[in-house]
Design a protein around this ligand. Sequence first.
Ligand code: NCD
Length: 362
Amino acid sequence: MKKKKSLNEISWEELKRLSLSEKGIYFQSDPLHTLIAQQFSRQQIEQLCTLATKIRQIAKQRAGANFLKTLLTDKRAMLYFAQPSSRTYLSFNSACQLLGLSTMDVRDTKTSSEVKGESPEDTLRTFSSYTDLIIMRHPEGGFCERVAWMLSHTNRAIPVLNAGSGADQHPTQALLDIYTLERSFENHGGIDGKNIVFVGDLKRGRTVRSLAWMLTLYQDVTLYFIAPDSLQIEPDVLRLLDEANVAYEKKSTLDSILPQADAIYMTRIQDEWDAEHENTTSSMKNFCLNKTNVEQLKSTAIIMHPLPRREEISTEIDNDPRAMYWRQMRNGMWIRAALILTTFQREAEVESYYTNNKHPLS
Ligand code: NCD
C-alpha cells in the first residue's frame, strides 16, 4: 500500500504537475477528501458499497433510522453549489439528515460576498470557520482540489467532497454508478467481464469521465463509447484506459451494439458548454433509446442515466424492469451517506449495530 501524504507537504504548483493517481495519495490523507475518481482503489469502493447496503438495511426500521441519526450529531456540513443541481444536492442533503449531520447551504453565489469582490478562496475559507465538511459543486475544473489544498494550509483543514467540477470530474456520481452496477449484477457475476456502453455527449459529460476510470479497477470489462465524432470521449480518458489495459471501442452508431450491452449508460447533451453560436443539440437525435431499439437489449441488461435527461431516453421505457435510472438516483443517497461516514471514520459503529441487530433483507 502506498504511503499517504498530507496536502500540506506539497506546493500547489507541484501538486498540479502530478498524475491523477499520484494526486490521489495526497487526497486520501487526514482529512480524507474526495476529489477525483482516481483516488479510489477497488477495495475502498467495495467497502463503501457494503457500508451503503448496511446503512440502507438499518434505515428500514425506525430503531435503525434513529440510531443512524445519532452518528454525526457533532458535525456540520456546508453544501456549496455554484452550479445547478437537483439530485446531487438533494441526495447529499438527505445523506446528511440520515446521519444527523446539520447542514447549511449556498446555492447561488450572488447571495455570497463573492459579489462584493471576495475571492472564491476567501469565501470557502470563511465557510470552513462554521463547518466540519464542505460538499461543493463548481463550474471550474480543479477548483475543489485548490480549495482542499488551500484549507490544508490553514488551522481548519476540513474535508472537501467534490459534488461535480467543471466538465472533468464527478467522483461521487461514479461511486453511485458503481454501486448500481454492483447491485444489478450481484447474481450475474458482478461487474467483472461486463460490456458497458456509454452513449451521448461523452466529450463534456463529467460522469462518464469519472466512471470510465473507476471501471478500470474491474477485470475484463469492455467499454464502448457511442457518440457523434464531435462529442466523442476525450483522448486523456482513452490514455488512462490504455495504461490500465482496458479494452474499448469508439463507434458512431448505437443500434449494432445494443445486443452485446450488459449496461447502457445514456447521457444528455451538455450544451451549457457550447461556444457562442455553436449548436450541438441536433447531433444527438440518433443517440436515443426508445421502445423499438430497447427490444434489442438482453433481458438482464440495465439502462442507466445520471439524469437529468432530455430526449435520449423515451419516457415509454421508464417502467421497463431494465430501466435502472430511478434506483440509481436513490443509490446516490446511500453511497453518499457511506462516504460521509467514512470521511469522519465513524463506520465501525454501523458495523457493530449491524452485527448486533436483525435487519430486513434486500
Ligand atoms: C450530472 C452532472 O451534474 O454532471 N448530473 C448529476 O449530478 N446527476 C449529469 C448532467 O448534468 O448531465
